[in-house]
Structure formats: structure tokens, C-alpha cells
Design a protein around this ligand. Structure first.
Ligand code: FAD
Ligand code: UDP
Length: 373
């Protein structure tokens, strides 16, 4: 019998497994995929570290989390400075004085603020109730139309007035010439990829891949004292109140015979007329990793409707309807005190990597307290 059966080898599962193992607990990690790491899985192709499930840039302001990941990987300094292309014009992200200068020729923060204020004069934006209102309030009509509306509609598969406002608040708005997409204290990418980082976390812990929890548990009912579950919470409860909505992605990975396809790691295509949202050129994540100078790998991200029989859930759609449904599932959790639900899918939260690690550390600390009682 194991102390913990850990369902999912992503960041939540791996963090928990590492901490429990350090405290002498016997863990078994299972994953239904044939690879470790969940969505942070990376592989090397032509000497280039490829982020198979989308660009993953580690960023955090939490020193405990930063110290934690640095135990398992050497991080290369990387500042994410994506570009946005709209009808052939290139803009800097996040929205900052470079973006405003390109759009309007404004130079100072004051000039840019005045330009945005003029666009707000005709719209009432007291209390934004959806993403559209929130975006216009922050950056005005023109940026909304050119850089937000099309991208967001593609990304989420619904219009901006049907989306919660918090999504757009993920993007900083800067009154400086700073193209750093994130505002956190620490930022970087593991030199040898995330998969190696996860392997280091799981050293000495039993892992079984290609194992689906729902099949496995039928045959191994009493395999552990507790279970850490990082799959979809609605699936755990057999969708009894209905399905939570997720957004999926299709990653089209292409190899080109050049050492530089787009000149930047991340390029966003913000027009609704371009079917993909972003293109990721992986070699730009690391200056050193590319041994093959003649090849480059580019992933085109196509947002998709989620269908549990055909593709994977990548983004929870945390609007009021889904949050209401989530609350019903969370109420059922009380009847399962030996199951710890964690991570993006287990908690149905739009978490970044650092938040997932933090939640997992908190979950383990909670366990430690229970074990001491
Ligand atoms: P996951 O990585 O999804 O792991 C869950 C694991 O559980 C999976 O391996 C799955 O196969 C397994 N599983 C599920 N159900 C079962 C089952 N029934 N049986 C067995 N195994 C099961 N965050 C950042 O901080 N920076 C970024 O730049 C960034 N970019 C992102 C880009 C994209 C396109 C996406 C989708 C996410 C991005 N994130 C980023 C978020 C980041 O991926 C997540 O925060 C993190 O990977 C979630 O870890 P997790 O362990 O909760 O879930
Ligand atoms: N967004 C946008 N235009 C862009 C980039 C982002 O409108 O060029 C909006 C979009 O709604 C997106 C949200 O900002 O869903 C959050 O962007 P982020 O880059 O954080 O998304 P993620 O990396 O999680 O896909």
C-alpha cells in the first residue's frame, strides 16, 4: 500500500510527490499520457528545446517558489517580450509606450494617457462587467479593436462581452518603454528543459505512464491511503451536474530550413482573419541550446473547442456559469476527505506554473499538519 497515489505528473503532482517522498512517504505517480510533466513537457529536436504544449516561461515573485524550482534545474535568464502583428504592422507587448508610439506617435506617458482618455469620452466604463468593457477602460477603443478583440475571440471561442474581465488583467499596462510581458521579480527557462526538471523532482519515486486513473482505480481500490488528483474535477465526479467548459488547443509543430523564422520567441496574431493566435519559435528561448544552425522549429497555436473524446483541456473558462457548476463539484469533495484535488484541472483555476507549485506546497503543508495531529 502507498501513502499517496498521485494522479498526474504535471507540476502539482510532481511537487507534491517530491515533498511527500522527502518526508519518507511512499508515493506512486501515474499519468495517462506517455510522458512526464503534464503541459510543461519539453523535448529536444535538432538541439532545440521544444515546448510541446505551448510556450512556458517561468515567472514568479514568490522567493520560496523560485528557490524550490532552482533545486531541480539551472534557469537561463529569459525576458518574455512578445510581439503582436495586426494587418502587417508589428507592435510591442505588453501595452506600453512603445505600443502607443507605434499606434499614435505619442512619446510621453502623458500624451498616451490623453490619447486613451479621448477614446473613452463616449463610453461609460464605471464598473466593467465583462472583458470588452474592461479592455476599453484600460487601453481605449483602438487597441481593443486591433490587439485584443480578434485575439481574444479566437482564444476563447466567444465574443469579448461574454468573457470575464479578469482575463485581460493578466496583461500589464505600462507607462514606460518596458517590453517585459511579466512584472514578476524572477523569470527564466530551465536550460535543459522542463522535463528534466520534473525528472529530477521525481527521482527515486515510482512512476507509471500510460495509466488512466479511472481504469486503474477499479482494479486497485485500496492501493493508497490518500490520493492527489490533478485531472478534471468534473470527470472525477462523472459529470453528474454537467460538464465544465474548457478551451483546447491544436499545436502545429513545423520545422523550417533556416536559423531564424520570425526573429522572436513569441509572436501573437491579433486579427480574427488569421486562424492561429500565436507562433512560437523555440530556438529563441535559449541562445545556447541550438546546435543545428540550419533548422528552426515553430509551433502554430490553433485554439479549439474542447471535446473530451477528441482533445485535451488546456484552459478552464472561469465565467459565472462555470464557477457556479464548480461550486457544486467542490461541495461533493467534502465526502472524499482522502482525495486532494489540485492544479489547473483539479481546482479548475487559470493558474500559472508558480501558483500551481505554491498550491501544491500548501497542500503538502496541510497534510503534514494532519499527520502530526
Ligand atoms: P497539468 O500540467 O495539466 O498536469 C496534469 C496531468 O494529469 C497531465 O499530465 C495529465 O495527463 C494527467 N491526468 C489528467 N487526468 C488523468 C487521469 N484520469 N489519469 C491519469 N493522469 C491524468 N504558466 C506559466 O507560468 N507560464 C507560461 O508561460 C505558461 N504558458 C502556458 C501556455 C499554455 C498553452 C498553457 C495551456 C498553459 C501555460 N501555463 C503557463 C500554465 C501551466 O501550463 C500550468 O500552470 C501548469 O502546467 C499546470 O500544472 P498541473 O499539474 O496543474 O496540470
Ligand atoms: N490577449 C490579447 N491580445 C494579445 C495577448 C493576449 O487580447 O496579444 C488577451 C487574451 O484575451 C488572452 C489574455 O489576454 O486570453 C491573457 O493573455 P496571456 O498571454 O496571459 O494568455 P496565456 O499565455 O495564458 O494563453
Amino acid at each position: 500500500m502507498y501513502d499517496y497515489l498521485i494522479v498526474g505528473s504535471g507540476l502539482f503532482g510532481a511537487t507534491f510527490a517530491y515533498l511527500a517522498n522527502q518526508h519518507g512517504k511512499r508515493c506512486l505517480v501515474i499519468d495517462k499520457r506517455n510522458k512526464l510533466g503534464g503541459n510543461i513537457f519539453t523535448k529536444f529536436l535538432h538541439g532545440i528545446c521544444v515546448h510541446q504544449y505551448g510556450a512556458h516561461i517561468f515567472h514568479t515573485s514568490d522567493v520560496e517558489v523560485w528557490n524550490f524550482v532552482n533545486k531541480f534545474a539551472k534557469f537561463d535568464n529569459f525576458i518574455n517580450s512578445p510581439l503582436a502583428i495586426y494587418e502587417g504592422q508589428v507592435f510591442n507587448l505588453p501595452f506600453n509606450l512603445n505600443t502607443f508610439n507605434r499606434l499614435w506617435g505619442t512619446v510621453t506617458p502623458q500624451q498616451a494617457k490623453e490619447k486613451i482618455a479621448q477614446q473613452l469620452a463616449s463610453v461609460s466604463q464605471e464598473n466593467p462587467v465583462n472583458l470588452e468593457q474592461q479592455a476599453i477602460k484600460l487601453v481605449g477603443e483602438e487597441i481593443y479593436e486591433k490587439l485584443i478583440k480578434g485575439y481574444t475571440q479566437k482564444q476563447w471561442g466567444r465574443p469579448c462581452d461574454k468573457l470575464p474581465s479578469f482575463i485581460i488583467k493578466r496583461l500589464p499596462l505600462r507607462w514606460t518603454y518596458d517590453n517585459n510581458y511579466f512584472s514578476d521579480t524572477y523569470q527564466g527557462i530551465p536550460s535543459n528543459g522542463y522535463t528534466q526538471m520534473i525528472e529530477n523532482m521525481l527521482k527515486g519515486i515510482e512512476v507509471r505512464l500510460n495509466v488512466d486513473y479511472f481504469d486503474f482505480i477499479k482494479l486497485n481500490k485500496n492501493i493508497s491511503k490518500k490520493t492527489v488528483y490533478t485531472g478534471m474535477i468534473d470527470q472525477f465526479f462523472d459529470y453528474r451536474f454537467g460538464e465544465l467548459e474548457y478551451r483546447s488547443l491544436r499545436f502545429d509543430e513545423q520545422t523550417f530550413d533556416t536559423d531564424n523564422y520570425q526573429g522572436n520567441a513569441v509572436v501573437n496574431y491579433t486579427s480574427i482573419d488569421v486562424p492561429y493566435t500565436r507562433t512560437i519559435e523555440h530556438r529563441h528561448f535559449s541562445k545556447e541550446s541550438c546546435s543545428d544552425k540550419k533548422k528552426t522549429i515553430v509551433t502554430f497555436e490553433y485554439p479549439q473547442n474542447f471535446n473530451r473524446l477528441h482533445n485535451d483541456p488546456y484552459y478552464p473558462i472561469c465565467d459565472d456559469a462555470n464557477n457556479g457548476l464548480l461550486a457544486k463539484y467542490q461541495a461533493l469533495q467534502k465526502a472524499h476527505p482522502n482525495i486532494i484535488f489540485g492544479g489547473r484541472l483539479g481546482e479548475y483555476k487559470y493558474y500559472d506554473m508558480d501558483k500551481v507549485i505554491k498550491q501544491s506546497i500548501l497542500a503538502w503543508n496541510q497534510e503534514k499538519m494532519l499527520l502530526q495531529d
